[in-house]
Structures are given as structure tokens and as C-alpha cells.
Design a protein around this ligand. Sequence first.
Ligand code: NDP
Length: 297
Amino acid sequence: MAATMIDGKAVAEALRGRMREAIAALEASHGAVPGLAVVLVGEDPASQVYVRNKGKQTVEIGMRSFEHKLPATASEAELLDLVGKLNADPDVDGILVQLPVPAHISADRVIEAIDPAKDVDGLNPVNAGRLASGLPGLVPCTPWGSMRLIRSVRTDLAGLEAVVVGRSNLVGKPIGQLLLKENCTVTMAHSRTRDLPAVCRRADILVAAVGRPGMVKGDWVKPGAIVIDVGINRVEAPDLGEGRTRLVGDVATAEAALVAAAITPVPGGVGPMTIACLLENTITAACARRGWVLPVL
Ligand code: NDP
């Protein structure tokens, strides 16, 4: 039987609808709405698209959007100075510095400079530590979006075997922590894992966050598993015409879909959840900082 395709676009759209209502209610009771500041350094075309989409979606759900653009030549000190100003600005609830930053700037130092209470990317070591300690905090957006997709097909995850392939601070590690919090038995796999196919075949929940197109084959998937494909890889697609490309995930989707119970497509799976969860984090940050009751989203 073919797997259910988990529709990330629809889940994200439904979340945005709930957030729109929640923000209208916050405005009615407090006379203010959350604000998200996005900082872009340089002119990387992909980053420009992301930043534009973030700004557009922020405004569409009724929040305030602040965009700050610095030239690629901006120094680390200039960027840290801007982050300091945003930390102190009472209208700003969330701060996101679009990564990657130019090579002469330390992304780690910039992330550490963001007030953890406004760190809507969830990458500041304070928030990473809070997640690892099981304390409330701001969780990275793609992992949080992946969990929302898993919960869209199965709510009780206790006791399930979860395998996460990839151990980055941005994706793999936080997803592992979130699955552990849901009482899964979690295995973190990576480039040194021995017999990766066999490890993956144990998984009731298999998350691929690697960056290698189609690496996870159909026969790596346990029958009935939930498969979350975080990978976004651009590959050549001569079938579409000369020089054309397409986006594919880390999972060989067609093969895996013959075995899995549910699977996320690429594009249209995890990808659309990331910005929606960034907006959710901004609401969470605003409520914590301003002492508002957090709406159920
Ligand atoms: P990183 O490059 O930071 O991490 C990749 C991880 O994969 C590492 O832990 C690495 O292991 C592991 N890995 C690499 N090769 C293998 C292999 N052959 N077998 C097993 N493990 C391997 O990537 P990210 O975590 O940042 O991103 C992962 C993917 O997710 C990318 O495709 C990225 O584009 C995508 N992504 C998608 C987002 C979305 O919105 N949907 C957001 C962010 C990322 P080791 O640690 O041993 O080197």
C-alpha cells in the first residue's frame, strides 16, 4: 500500500490561519502585536528570497516585520552593533540573522550575541541547552516543523524507535532532543555510523537530515514507518530540459513510499513548515517577554 503523503503546505497553511486569529486576539486584548526582525548581510540570491518570504508571511498573519539589510562588506562589529540595538528594541520580539553570513563574520559570535529571549531561530547555546535539559525555550524552526508533521499523522510517539540521520546543531540534534522528549528511543546516526541501512530499518520514525540526494533507499525503510525527509538538494534534471534543475530530498521518495506508512515529499513537506514555525516562535517569544498568555496553536 502506498504511503500517505504528508502535506506540509496544508499543515503550514492551517498553522498560519490559527496564528492569524491568535494575533488578532492579542491585538484586541493588549493593543500590540509581536514583531520579527530579520537581518540579511550581503546579497546571496537564495537568502534574499527567504528573507522576502519571511517578511511577507509575517505581515500576512498580522505581525510587524522589520527588515535590516547590511552590505556584504559590513564588519562583524557593525552586525553585532545592530543585534545589540534589536536586543534593546521593545517592539522587536524575535531576531533572526539570515545564515550563512559572509566568511569574515563569525556566525557563532553573532548567534551568541542575540538575546536568548528573542532568539527565534533557537540556535543560541542557551536555547540549545534548555532544549537538552528539557526546559521551555525557543526551539529551532525546521525541527519543530518536522515534529508538527509527525504529530499530524501520529500523536502518541511513546516507546517508538526513532532514527535521525544527521547530527547538525540546526536540524539533527534538536530533532533528536524533541523525539526524546516525546519518549521515543532515539538513535542519532551520522557519517561514521556503521551499517546505516540496518540502523534505519529499525526506525518507526526515520528522519533524514543529511544533504545527500536520495541517499535513503526504499529497502532502508521499515514497513509502516513515518519518514521525514528534511533534505533539500538541487540536482540536475535533464528530463526538464538542458541546464534545468529540480529539488529533491535525502530520501528516494518513490521507493520509500511503497514501504512507509507516511512520508514527507520534497518539495512541499518540511520546507513550508520552517517559516510558519519561525512565526510561531515569534509569538512564543512575544508572550514570554511581554507576560501575555500563550495562545494554543
Ligand atoms: P549539515 O551538513 O550541517 O549536516 C549533515 C549531517 O549529515 C552531518 O551530521 C553528517 O555527519 C551527516 N552525513 C553526511 N553524510 C552522511 C552519510 N553518508 N551518512 C550518514 N550521515 C551523513 O546539514 P544540515 O543539518 O544543515 O542540513 C541537512 C539537510 O537538510 C540539507 O539538505 C539541508 O539543505 C536541509 N535543510 C532543510 C531545511 C528545511 O527548511 N527543510 C532547513 C535546514 C536544512 P557528520 O556529523 O558525521 O559529518
